[in-house]
Design a protein around this ligand. Structure first.
Ligand code: PLP
Length: 427
């Protein structure tokens, strides 16, 4: 599938039926798999043969969809997880342990920020957050002897900052560690971080990949490029025998191309069990089949809405990397030449009260804790996700009370703009 364009890969990668087999990927709704002899099954447990034995670790439907996502990102191996949160946790925990350190962009999804800053801290994994706009010198200064990974988001949710992937990859590689990039917002249709030096790519497939607000899920893709053995002292989990798996050394047995995902499946899926249900994987695949058709429309609507809001007198500020006035426009032109996504954030006049009055009047844009859906939705952090904060705390966090995040869906942009226009009159 490597020779085909991204559009063709969206539709056909991951599953090629043989003579007489189902055209659509089969949902293998089975917890377990049958073998003729214990010896056959033993080979699977020893990772001597490939195959399935229990859906907590691996399922054929999931693997077909993961193979499609690997093909889209240009990776060598991939796995599905139960959510985006699980994908980011697994991607980091696969190479970090108690005593490790992570360098992460401070401009990332709140759930991931909390995962790294609070929950992983309880496991003895420390983090240094750096501004995505930091200089190379500041970035290099954040590394420690125990740094094992660098993390960032291509387009951050909800700040809409654009990551300078090459800058972060260069610093990571200079310190012998991989760059992990969460590519949820642009999807591989609009950016493929591996082409810019990222080693591992993660996704909340809950967003554009599913795209219909139907199934929570996540994915991890390995570029197959990071040479674990060249930094064996930093990654003992990949480069020394795993006693919990019959003494296998993943980087030796599965090479650069397969070690990361095999270890992640054999250890983390086995022990944590954050598997995606095959039903959800099937739904995700339906979304992927039209991803390349939907993304340009999300971008078109996001761009039109951002341009409309920017010139409106009731709007104080608009964040959208597609606007030439946006501080991330130059990075967006480099990394996202086809556009980024349909999410726009903006601040209305009148603070919290202004935002509330405006949102109450909206007819098409629904108030939801979600983004990247076919249906337009919006959220005012000050009255929802951040409602416990005072005006002063909100200002300190860089979230003005009148800030609204709107995720432009697939409706006609004229209808979306008309809806926003009539609602802005309420302010
Ligand atoms: C939503 C989101 C996540 C978390 O994904 P879930 O599927 O909700 O667990 C992680 N990263 C980004 C960028 C997201 O937007």
């Amino acid at each position: 599938m490597k020779d085909y364009s991204i559009d063709t890969r969206c539709v056909q990668a991951g599953y090629t039926p043989k003579n007489g087999e189902p055209r659509q990927i089969p949902i293998i709704q089975s917890t377990t798999f049958k073998y003729d002899t214990s010896e056959d099954m033993g080979k699977l447990f020893d990772l001597e043969a490939s195959g399935y034995f229990y859906t907590r670790l691996q399922n054929p439907t999931n693997d077909m969809v993961a193979a499609k996502i690997a093909a889209l990102e240009g990776g060598t191996a991939a796995m599905l997880t139960s959510s985006g949160q699980a994908a980011n946790f697994f991607a980091l925990f696969n190479i970090c342990e108690c005593g490790s350190h992570i360098v992460a962009s401070s401009s990332i999804y709140g759930g991931t920020f909390n995962l790294i800053a609070v929950t992983m801290a309880k496991m003895g994994i420390e983090v240094t957050f750096v501004s995505p706009d930091c200089t190379e010198e500041e970035l290099n200064g954040a590394f420690k002897d125990n740094t094992r990974a660098v993390f960032g988001e291509t387009i951050a949710n909800p700040a809409l900052t654009v990551l300078d992937i090459e800058k972060f990859a260069k610093a990571a590689h200079a310190h012998g560690v991989p760059l992990i990039v969460d590519n949820t917002f642009p999807t591989p249709v609009n950016c493929r971080p591996i082409e810019w030096g990222a080693d591992i790519v993660t996704h909340s497939t809950t967003k554009y990949m599913d795209g219909h607000g139907a199934a929570v899920g996540g994915a991890i893709v390995d570029s197959g490029k990071f040479d674990w053995m060249a930094h064996a002292d930093l990654f003992p989990g990949l480069c020394t025998p795993d006693d919990s798996y019959h003494g296998i050394t993943y980087a030796e047995k599965f090479g650069k191309e397969g070690a990361f995902i095999t270890k992640c499946t054999a250890q983390l899926m086995r022990d944590f069990g954050c598997i995606q249900s095959p039903q959800n994987a099937f739904i995700l695949n339906l979304g992927l089949e039209s991803l390349h058709v939907r993304m340009p429309k999300h971008v078109e609507n996001g761009q039109a809405v951002a341009e409309f809001l920017e010139q409106h007198e009731k709007v104080v500020k608009v964040n959208y990397p597609g606007l030439s006035s946006d501080p991330y426009h130059a990075l967006a032109q480099k990394y996202l030449p086809k556009g980024g996504c349909g999410v726009v954030s903006f601040e209305v006049k009148g603070g919290r009260a202004g935002a509330e009055a405006f949102m109450k009047r909206l007819k098409l844009a629904a108030i939801e804790t979600h983004v990247a859906d076919a249906r337009t939705c919006c959220l005012n952090p000050a009255t929802s996700t951040h409602r416990q904060m005072t005006e002063e705390q909100l200002a300190a966090a860089g979230i003005p009370a009148g800030m609204i995040r709107i995720s432009c869906g697939l409706e006609d942009k004229k209808d979306l703009i008309a809806d926003l226009e009539q609602a802005l009159e309420a302010i």
